[in-house]
Design a protein around this ligand. Structure first.
Ligand code: IVH
Length: 699
């Protein structure tokens, strides 16, 4: 007896505890304990209830996991009809609503409760003496479906109301919905499990709530917000809608934190604009805002017309999705050469503007959505986001519609289109020549770490290209095209600054090979890679004549061989072009294969842009390390040998292969061997990487 009593007390304690944490987590968004701790309490209650079946209780959190499937939903007759709302789409329609209300109530300025219009499903929840007993969908407004077991699984719906004095009966109305982030996560799971994805959070919420098997509903991340009541018994309703919602909140029901009391048509418009601006940042989707006369007596006085209340209205946002037709799929070349398929659309009004194009992102996306020219599609434009094709309506497809193919040649310049293995993006390889990439290519060419042409910035590049004076970097050095007189004729270009720009271009000539290679703007070729290429090839001719396929094959061979050697702890081979991976080489090969790019490079060379004898780009005389000899040994934590060598040489130092009395410093990394020992023998200064960096900084 005593044991049973103790079990009952413990079960009650656990239930209260678990519901409190549900409320903290799902309603207040302020969890107090970890998920693991919650799970522990939950399991303890589950064990207790299965050991003492007589303790079973309808408000136990263990009942939220769902139960055996129903054969069908039973009809649920609403105590008072669940009506729809009339809509206002324009400011005029809104003003007309406010006028009708203020005339009906004979007040000059009406007070309203305004809140978001949730894009979910309306439901009704019945609580008898505080206990959740029954819940139903709206149905046709008069009769809905009894989905009690499903609603029980929604953690933000309390199974028992909180306050001490609860009414004998209260029917709460509100919306079931799914948060956007929960929806995304759920869809990702669906995708990973090879299951069908949901179209949008609303559909997902509707599909989840109408499951005959509530164990499925229990796995879906549904939420609930209360916004009205349908019936009340054994308690007086408050005087205003705002107080009503505060009361619902006190009973433990989730209500929307965005609700506000506003005054008159002006207050309504202000609220509408404010919510419109915040729409995208809300965690759930809304399709407008709802205004309700705040005074409940006022609501009663105004009553209903046909199927909607006269005291409330939905002020809708422009729809973010619309149906239209794909006229064609074209390909756009971006500033960096990336090819983006774009759907040309039959003009459609969506998200508040007329849309004629929608991005399809890349070929993978086109394939995944299987969009074809001629298709009927749903397009979406939310906020300032670029319009996109959400999905195709396959039932409307003509059997003649052909799947989209990425063109093999750039539609802007005719260069070959390639895709690197690791990327979803196809690119035009005509970087130096392609009109779409012109401005970007010139800007990069002139940038400080490339050819370093002062004064040739974004604005001027824009002007030069738009005026047709410059097409490729080679044109910069062609004085029949570009000279001080022609420059000075451009808008906002004084004679003096025109002369300065020409001088800056001229003095950029004779660039070291590495800088020049970097300036070409080959995809994936940064400064470091450019230096390695310059050092390895030593001249443009050799770079242009390189057997890239052979190099890739060689790299792959060494990679394989080294994998084998690593297993056996053998010494590794040093790969050619150390630091330049096969993917980068592929990109260089693609670029240099384009005759247009090669032409531009030859023109640049002919105009003296590059000095091929300056292979070591940054070796400078007069550096503070001038006359100092370094030996590198072992593996440094951050720098490759190559990089360390370059840094030293940049300050005029020399790097040698063996330690002798002439050595000034030995830079030793991990697993340094005999060279370090020799240095110690000779009493030569030994630096680690940090020491080297310090020395470089001082210089
Ligand atoms: S109040 C007496 N408030 O919009 C007023 N309805 O088209 C009853 N809805 O089916 C409704 N968000 O489910 C109200 N904050 C909100 C709402 C809201 C969405 C739904 C409601 C109704 C539909 C009307």
């Amino acid at each position: 007896m005593a044991a049973a009593k103790a079990a009952s007390a413990q079960a009650q304690k656990l239930r209260a505890e678990l519901e409190r944490h549900n409320h903290q987590y799902y309603v207040l968004d302020q969890p107090l304990i970890s998920d693991a701790e919650y799970d522990r309490l939950f399991r303890e209650l589950q064990q207790l209830e299965s050991a003492h079946p007589e303790l079973a209780s309808p408000d136990s959190p263990t009942r939220r996991v769902g139960g055996a499937p129903l054969p069908q939903f039973e009809p649920f007759r609403h105590r008072t009809p669940m009506l729809s709302l009339s809509n206002a789409f324009t400011e005029d329609e809104l003003a007309a609503f406010d006028k009708r209300v203020s005339e009906g109530l004979k007040t000059s300025q009406v007070e309203y409760l305004a809140e978001p219009k949730f894009d979910g499903l309306a439901i009704s929840l019945t609580y008898v003496r505080g206990l959740f007993t029954q819940g139903a969908t709206r149905g046709d407004g008069y009769t809905g479906e009894d989905v009690t077991p499903n609603l029980r699984t929604i953690k933000s719906i309390p199974l028992r109301l909180k306050a001490a004095a609860v009414p004998a009966l209260i029917e709460v109305r509100g919306e079931v919905l799914m948060y956007r982030r929960d929806f995304d996560r759920m869809n990702q799971r669906q995708r990973e499990n090879g299951e069908k994805e949901f179209v949008n959070p609303r559909n997902a919420a509707a599909g989840s709530l109408r499951q005959l098997d509530s164990r499925i509903t229990a796995k879906r991340p549904l939420r609930f917000f209360a916004y009205a009541i349908g019936a009340i018994d054994g308690a007086a309703a408050p005087a205003t809608h705002a107080e009503l919602e505060n009361w619902l909140e006190a009973l433990g029901l989730p209500v929307c934190a965005e609700r506000r009391v506003v005054l008159g048509a002006q207050g309504l418009m202000q609220y509408y604009r404010a919510m419109g601006a915040r729409r995208a940042e809300l965690p759930y989707e809304i399709d407008g805002v709802v205004y309700k006369v705040n005074s409940l007596a006022g609501q009663e006085r105004l009553g209903f017309v046909a199927r909607a209340p006269r005291f409330a209205i939905a002020h809708k946002f422009p729809a973010e999705e619309a149906m239209t037709e794909v006229l064609a799929i074209e390909v756009q070349v971006g500033r960096t050469g990336a090819l983006t398929p774009v759907a040309r659309l039959k003009p459609v009004f969506v998200g508040g503007v007329t849309v004629t194009n929608a991005t399809l992102h890349n070929l993978d996306q086109v394939r995944a959505k299987d969009v074809r020219a001629g298709d009927t599609v749903i397009v979406r434009r939310a906020g300032d986001v670029i319009p996109e094709v959400v999905r195709v309506l396959p039932e409307k497809r003509s059997p003649a519609a052909l799947a989209f193919q990425m063109p093999g040649k750039c539609p802007e310049c005719g260069s070959k289109v390639e895709r690197l293995e690791s990327e979803a993006v196809y690119r035009c390889t005509g970087g130096l020549f392609c009109p779409a990439q012109r401005k970007q290519a010139l800007l990069h060419f002139a940038s400080r770490r490339a050819m370093d042409i002062e004064g040739l910035g974004e604005k001027l590049v824009e002007q030069l290209v738009d005026a047709g004076m410059v097409h490729t970097p080679a044109d910069l050095y062609d004085r029949s095209r570009l000279n001080a007189a022609r420059l000075a004729a451009l808008e906002r270009m004084a004679e003096k600054s025109a002369a300065n720009v020409i001088a800056a271009i001229d003095s950029s000539k004779q660039a070291p090979l590495a800088r020049f290679i970097f300036a070409l703007g080959i995809y994936h070729v940064g400064e470091e890679v450019a230096k390695i290429l310059a050092r390895h090839f030593g001249s443009l001719d050799r770079l242009l004549a390189a057997d890239w396929d052979g190099l890739i094959a060689e790299k792959e061979r060494v990679q394989k061989e080294n994998a084998r050697r690593r297993n056996k702890d053998e010494t590794l081979l040093t790969p050619v072009l150390h630091g330049v991976g096969p993917e980068i080489i592929q990109s260089i090969a693609n670029f240099l294969r384009q005759p247009h790019n090669r032409d531009v490079i030859r023109q640049l060379r002919a105009s003296g842009a590059v000095d091929e004898t300056r292979v070591r780009p940054s070796a400078k005389s007069g550096g503070t390390l001038e006359g100092k000899t370094f030996v590198l040994t072992g593996t440094l934590p951050n720098l490759s040998r190559e990089q360390a060598k370059e840094l030293i040489e940049a300050q005029g130092g020399k790097v040698s292969g063996s330690v002798s009395a002439k050595t000034d410093y030995v830079v030793a990394g991990a697993e340094a061997g005999s060279k370090l020992a020799r240095a110690q023998e000779l009493g030569i200064a030994v630096l680690d990487e940090a020491g080297l960096q310090q020395l470089l900084k001082e210089s």
